[in-house]
Write a protein that binds this ligand. Structure first.
Ligand SMILES: Cc1ncc(COP(=O)(O)O)c(C=O)c1O
Length: 372
């Protein structure tokens, strides 16, 4: 699904030097690269504050801690996503309120958000799933009308652009109150271990986020509140500084691969290609097809026999997960999510796909599908 070694080989001298310099400095924790990376990311995103942390799940947790939510407060998020979003809501004793997604874009359904709002709602967490922004124009309008915070989960869409109705284009993660991301190795901007970051334009919030991520202290050994220990290692920051310089070309390589897939599958009655939103660019963290009248299990077995990897993101909707069983929800409540979980398939998507790879993958898929 990814080729991290191939990507490394292309930038090996830069990465090796960055790692070597950190090792020689021995500044493993909060070394200068962490600050430099944060500043460079602020510039890239055109946002006032980037606060690095240990991973994308911590980023979501710290964001919610910083907004002073009380136990029982309701946070609205999508039922079709990675578990981290709902996990931190539940861990903080907030109430995850799930809503269905749009069948074409896979991102949160804004009409469903409006129906889910109650007097206890405090925030909306749209997830920019697979690399394309949720309908942020509507999300922000709803949030402004109801006085809600917006935390954008940008783990899969770093580098994507979103154009608001005013004509202003912003980077994903810088539109809402807070943006969060993950630098998990396979992400569009991935490090060589775990990493994450939190973004905000708000100075006071940034200060609080920094304090919470650092054991609740702004002055060493003076703890004003209960925080967490969530740091980006200097080694990871140094690696990310190198990779940030290549992020736009990485996004372009993914978009080129997606265009190849679109061309091959676009007119097929049994394959639905990912829809594009007019206001958002798509940076293709995943390329996900929806199958129509094709056995997914049999297709995956066939692809596997030809050495073509595939994955199911995600096989089980959040409301059907054992840990998130809730008397409020039952099978059938989120029909779009449930249908997607049964019919989506993601194909290899990364920066190192050649035309030869793509020809092999697409002909493998079509060979099977045309037989059905
Ligand atoms: C949408 C989304 N949110 C959050 C996360 C959590 O990131 P991490 O694995 O760095 O904790 C991920 C990671 O896969 C993700 O895809």
């Amino acid at each position: 699904m990814v080729d991290l070694l191939g990507q490394y080989h292309k930038i090996q001298p830069e990465i090796d030097k960055a790692i070597h310099d950190v090792v020689v400095s021995s500044a493993y924790i909060n070394g200068p690269d962490v600050k430099h990376f944060a500043r460079e990311m602020e510039e890239y995103l055109d946002v006032k504050h980037v606060i690095p942390c240990a991973n994308g799940t911590d980023a979501l947790q710290i964001a919610m801690m910083a907004l002073n939510f009380k136990p029982g407060d309701e946070v609205i998020t999508a039922s079709f996503t990675y578990v981290a979003t709902a996990e931190v809501i539940a861990l903080l004793q907030l109430k995850p309120v799930l809503v269905d997604v749009n069948p074409d874009t896979f991102t949160i359904d804004c009409d469903a958000i409006e129906r889910a709002i109650t007097p206890k709602t405090v925030a909306i967490v749209p997830v920019h799933l697979f690399g394309q922004c949720a309908n942020m124009q509507r999300v922000m309008e709803i949030a402004n009308t109801h006085n809600l915070y917006v935390i954008e989960d940008t783990a899969q869409a770093i580098g994507a652009d979103y154009t608001l109705s005013t004509g202003i284009t912003l980077k994903a993660g810088t539109i809402g109150t807070i943006g969060t991301t993950s630098f998990f190795p396979s992400k569009n901007l991935g490090c060589m271990g775990d990493g994450g970051a939190i973004f905000t334009q708000n100075d006071a919030l940034a200060e609080r986020i920094r304090m919470i991520a650092n054991h609740g202290q702004s002055v060493q050994y003076h703890h004003d509140e209960i925080g967490v220990n969530s740091r980006l290692d200097t080694l990871q920051a140094a690696i990310l500084r190198v990779k940030l310089r290549h992020l736009d070309e990485y996004c372009k390589a993914r978009q080129d691969a997606a265009a190849y897939y679109d061309q091959a599958f676009g007119n097929h009655s049994k394959l639905k290609i990912p829809a594009r939103m007019p206001n958002s660019s798509h940076v293709f963290h995943q390329y996900t097809l929806v199958l129509n009248g094709v056995s997914r299990t049999a297709l995956r077995e066939f692809l596997d026999s030809k050495g073509i990897p595939s994955m199911i993101y995600y096989p089980v909707p959040l409301h059907m997960q054992k840990a998130y069983t809730d008397p409020r929800y039952k099978k059938g409540d989120f029909p779009v999510t449930e249908a997607l979980c049964g019919h989506v398939i993601s194909l290899p998507m990364h920066t190192e796909l050649t035309h030869e790879d793509l020809a092999y993958i697409t002909s493998g898929v079509l060979e099977f599908v045309n037989r059905q």
